[in-house]
Design a protein around this ligand. Structure first.
Ligand SMILES: [Zn+2]
Length: 228
């Protein structure tokens, strides 16, 4: 039986066939190099959106090699940043995973961009789920938010494995000592009660956790400011 590809090849010998092949090639290029606006407005129904990576900026951020040189933030996780333990390791490992000039596949959640307008996505290299690998290796916390949660179960399972094995950030994380912590489901963070960020969050949005462990197990990541 002839496949679609065989048919295209046989038709390629005719002028009409050449046109069909050219259209097929152009369509493939459009999928790979889709302009920014389309990325925002349309979710690829088959999630076959590929982009080229310029470099890893941190354990949760990459710069894309497209017309806009856009930044992309990893959905569902928070890697250590700004001098937190293992921030350099997370950046280096992310660079190994996505590589320079490597083509990666993006999958989206409810929001395609964060509050700063940066792309927000889950990143895959072949079948490897990069966000999950970073969590499993103890180089990122799970951070589920109200709009980024589709892989929460998978990511939490990877985090459980990393914590049990005391990998990376879990090798140095002291147990929490406060009587309670405040979680912000919108951003997927939890805070000390004394955190300067808390007054900026609507009080009715906050949820209470009796321990940092309870917050971590629900997919809340420690605030980078009060470092609970
Ligand atoms: Zn805080």
């Amino acid at each position: 039986m002839k496949t679609v590809f065989d048919l295209l090849l046989s038709k390629a010998r005719t002028p009409a066939g050449v046109a069909v092949l050219s259209i097929a090639t152009l369509s493939a290029l459009v999928i790979v190099f889709r302009p920014r606006e389309e990325i925002t407005k349309q979710s690829d129904p088959e999630e076959r959106l590929f982009v080229k990576v310029k470099r890893a900026v941190s354990g949760q951020k990459i710069k894309l090699d497209n017309d806009q040189d856009e930044y992309l933030i990893y959905a569902g996780i928070r890697a250590p940043v700004g001098g937190e333990p293992f921030d350099e390791e997370a950046t280096r490992r992310n660079g190994e995973l996505v590589g320079d000039q490597q083509k990666v596949r993006l999958r989206f959640d409810e929001e395609h961009r964060d509050a700063d307008g940066r792309l927000l996505a889950y990143v895959f290299v072949e079948d490897d789920f990069v966000n999950e690998t970073l969590v499993r290796e103890g180089l990122a916390y799970v951070r589920s938010t109200t709009s980024s949660h589709r892989f929460a179960e998978r990511l939490l399972s990877a985090q459980k494995e990393a914590r049990s094995a005391r990998r990376g950030i879990w090798s140095r994380r002291p147990g929490g000592t406060e009587r309670s912590y405040a979680g912000d489901p919108h951003h997927g963070n939890f805070h000390r009660r004394t955190c300067e960020e808390l007054p900026k969050i609507p009080a009715d949005r906050l949820v209470e956790f009796p321990s940092d462990q309870a917050a971590l197990e629900k997919g809340f990541a420690p605030c980078a400011k009060c470092k609970p």
